[in-house]
Ligand binder design. Structure first.
Ligand SMILES: Cc1cc2nc3c(=O)[nH]c(=O)nc-3n(C[C@H](O)[C@H](O)[C@H](O)COP(=O)(O)O)c2cc1C
Length: 408
């Protein structure tokens, strides 16, 4: 009998690297507070990812910092060889069930809370009022700072390769450093790294080129780029960051086109509401616009709001691969259950008690299951229930009343 979800389970081969993933689903990158305080991989991270090794066909770690001046607390570090032993164990545990594992490369820019606490400033393309950086003084990056960070991305890539991962995803989304350089709101530079659209693209593209060069030692290495489709899109998670008059959807597509020309494996659109949303007034979703723009030059990944196998199947109308975030926290064997025909056993609910068996780091329980968490699902006060199963049931047809004569 054919599996209704066969399309999701069909392997996909990335055109550039030739690497094949066994299913068209991805564990969305989530910095889930699994790292040790000093950025190393400890037992918490190994348990968290070991439990999710069958979650999806492509497993992407949460944001991991490439630079001392761009990190969050509890983020995994990639900027020193001392991290290699832990990263090597992590690669092994993520890949143990045959899925591919990649690391998300990150510089947090104005949101680098760890750097802020340690050094008292954050690095940004242009000086910002501290109201825009959580009260932390901002340091406009010098030409040398910029070159250093580009080199940091390259060095981190070499470590990721050494550790045995299958690829990297460059974090160019969600108002972090690469996004900030691309944004006319956050990049007011008048040198070669700011001003026109072309110049604002220069930093993210320079990072991609450096990562590609660093990865030449391993041709079968996946290189992806995550970006925010447009700066003004509605987003509950980024509502306090997003303002109007940022970069447009057309600007975003121009960057996507450049990335496709450069030659990477995939472009991943970061969304927070639902996989099928699009710009205001457009009949196409962001994912469909991306596919139309890049064609077959690169694979596309779309994300957000997938909680069931049917959601994931439907999301294939908007991207080649479906990234699944919060649902992968609650159901660590999402794709495995689709593969083995156990779709009805896919969990969409979690309690504080069951969180433990799902290898939730303690801090993550507090962050996601508390009331009014910023990581809400639409219409919920926390993540204990991702989907109201009652809405899944078919509405009961009213019995035909032949005596009333009512037709409506
Ligand atoms: C706890 C948490 C941590 C996240 N961390 C990251 C991250 O490190 N990098 C990133 O690109 N997106 C991050 N995101 C966003 C997710 O990858 C995803 O885009 C978002 O949750 C929407 O998808 P979903 O509805 O499937 O959860 C995070 C989301 C959550 C809930």
């Amino acid at each position: 009998m054919t599996n209704k979800y066969q399309k999701l389970l069909t392997p996909l081969t990335f055109q550039r690297s030739g690497v094949t993933i066994p299913a068209r689903t991805a564990l969305s990158p989530m910095l889930s507070l699994y790292g040790e305080k000093d950025g190393t991989v400890g037992q918490t991270a190994l348990n968290y990812f070991g439990t999710r090794s069958k979650a999806q066909g492509l497993l992407i770690t949460g944001a991991s910092y490439v630079s001392e001046y761009g990190f969050y607390d509890n983020e995994l570090g990639l900027n020193d060889d001392k991290f290699l032993p832990g990263l090597t164990k992590l690669a092994q545990i993520m890949k143990k069930d045959g899925n591919k594992a990649i690391v998300q490369l990150h510089h947090a820019g104005k949101q680098a809370s760890g750097t802020a606490a340690k050094y008292g400033f954050v690095q940004v393309p242009s000086k910002l009022p501290t109201t825009d950086s959580d009260g932390v003084p901002t340091k406009e990056m010098s030409e040398e700072d910029i070159e250093n960070v580009i080199n940091d991305f390259a060095s981190a890539t070499k470590r990721v390769i050494k550790a045995g991962f299958d690829g990297v995803e460059i974090h160019g989304a969600n108002w972090y450093l690469l996004h900030e350089f691309f944004s006319p709101l956050y990049n007011q530079r008048t040198d070669n790294w700011g001003g026109s659209l072309e110049k604002r693209m220069r930093f993210p593209l320079a990072v991609v080129k450096a990562v590609k060069k660093a990865a030449e030692i391993k041709p079968d290495f996946i290189i992806g780029f995550r970006m925010t489709p447009e700066e003004n899109m509605p987003s509950r998670m980024t509502a306090n960051l997003a303002t109007t008059k940022g970069y447009s959807v057309e600007d975003g597509l121009k960057l996507a086109n450049k990335l496709a020309d450069l030659g990477i494996d995939y472009i991943h659109y970061s969304l927070f509401s639902k996989y099928d949303v699009g710009p205001e007034g457009s009949s196409q979703s962001y994912g469909q616009m991306l596919k139309e723009a890049v064609g077959d030059r690169v694979t596309t990944i779309i994300s957000s709001g997938v909680h069931t196998a049917d959601d994931a199947l439907d999301a294939l109308n908007h991207g080649d691969i479906i990234a699944i975030g919060r649902e992968s926290l609650v159901e660590p064997e999402f794709t495995e259950k689709i593969k083995t025909g156990n779709v009805e056993q896919i969990r969409t609910e979690i309690t504080r008690e069951s969180a433990q068996s799902l290898a939730f780091p303690d801090a993550l329980v507090d962050l996601l299951l508390m009331k009014d968490t910023p990581f809400l699902v639409e219409g919920r006060e926390n993540l204990t229930v991702l989907k109201d199963n009652k809405t899944e049931e078919k509405p009961v047809e009213p019995a035909t009343d032949t005596t009333s004569g009512a037709s409506n």
